[in-house]
Design a protein around this ligand. Structure first.
Ligand code: TF8
Length: 335
């Protein structure tokens, strides 16, 4: 060690500055935001990611999480990543289709039959291809997490038939495919950021919204909604996005830590999401919501009513993207 290095080290130690675990790992503060409450399974995923980072960096990294849209909505946060002013966001794909229109493929109604299909698509070649596309937009997708199958809540009536959607004022994500789907179902659909939904339901500016059970539970929509109908009309994933400009300032070792820890977080997040889903459904009913399943024949009518959304969305998503999704699904289904 040269005298100069010794001197520098002594100065650093005297100043009480945390030393990096290795020359390749610097001390970092990572800000991550999300629209859901910390009690949502994303909270468990972030906690697992934080533990993993602490272990791998000997405590050189700090992961600061902001919940309930405290740093703005999904789209605003994602734009902050692209300009390099925020490190990370856990976002639904749906509100960011303006950045990468191919992501709209996940918004197609009744695309996945179950979570196992979604996992296989997202963790396989198709998911990798979509992550690759995000790079051009200055975004690095570290992993696919679960938002889940979406179900309709409202304050008007239980939805048991196709006709029950008629005239309902439904909030949809800022996404043309969801807008088309819900307009086709006969509702009066309004795109809105997630952070505004609770108040809009409370003031009766809108009648309805759709999200997975865990979100209806952890965002306390049961306080302002009376009916919950198991429409299961879409499975939307979460992306754990990292800022491309900031990623480029990280060493390869650091980049690997980000990816590895996001995958550890993914496994925890998905398993908590699936465990909590039933509990959330029970809890919102205890809190007074009236729940109903939809008769399979009726669900089939609903499916058929919105089938045209696939063709109408082909131009924005890209027919090639839809085709490769369909062929991947056919393989998974053993067709
Ligand atoms: C929605 C989404 C949201 C999530 C959350 C903000 O309805 O499902 O709940 O993206 O992270 O906007």
């Amino acid at each position: 060690m040269t005298n100069l290095t010794k001197l520098t080290l002594t100065t650093i130690l005297a100043a009480g500055v945390a030393l990096p675990a290795s020359a390749e790992i610097q001390s970092r503060t990572i800000t991550v935001s999300n629209g859901v409450a910390e009690s949502h399974p994303v909270g468990n995923g972030i906690e697992a990611m934080r533990e993993c980072m602490t272990e791998r960096t000997d405590g050189a990294w700090t992961l600061n999480a902001f919940w309930s849209s405290a740093l703005g909505d999904d789209l605003t946060a994602t734009q902050a990543l692209r300009s390099g002013t925020q490190e990370m966001v856990v976002t639904s794909t749906s509100p960011i289709v303006g950045i990468e229109p191919a992501l709209g493929v996940f918004d197609l109604p009744f695309l996945f039959n179950d979570a196992a299909e979604a996992d296989a698509v997202l963790d396989g070649d198709f998911g990798d291809m979509m992550s690759e596309r995000m790079r051009d937009a200055g975004l690095v997708n570290l992993a696919w997490w679960e938002n889940g199958f979406r179900n309709l809540t409202n304050s008007v009536r239980p939805v048991t038939t196709l006709e029950d959607f008629e005239g309902m004022r439904v909030r949809v994500m800022q996404n043309n495919i969801f807008l088309d789907t819900f307009q086709t179902l006969g509702t009066n659909a309004t795109p809105m950021a997630f952070g505004e939904v609770f108040t809009a339901l409370e003031t009766r500016a809108i009648d309805a919204q759709e999200n997975p059970y865990v979100t209806i539970d952890t965002s306390q929509f049961f306080e302002v909604q009376d009916y919950l109908s198991a429409t299961q009309h879409a499975y939307t994933p979460f992306m754990v996005l990292f800022s491309g400009p900031i990623w480029n300032t990280y060493s390869e070792e650091e980049q690997q830590i980000l990816v590895d820890c996001a995958e550890i977080g993914r496994d925890v997040q998905r398993s908590v999401s699936r465990e909590l889903s039933d509990q959330s459904l029970a809890r919102v009913q205890e809190a007074g919501m009236q729940f109903n399943e939809i008769d399979p024949a009726e669900l089939q009518r609903i499916r058929e009513a919105v089938a045209g959304v696939y063709d109408r969305s082909a131009e924005s998503i890209g027919q090639d993207v839809i085709d490769s999704m369909m062929s991947e699904l056919a393989t998974i289904r053993g067709e």
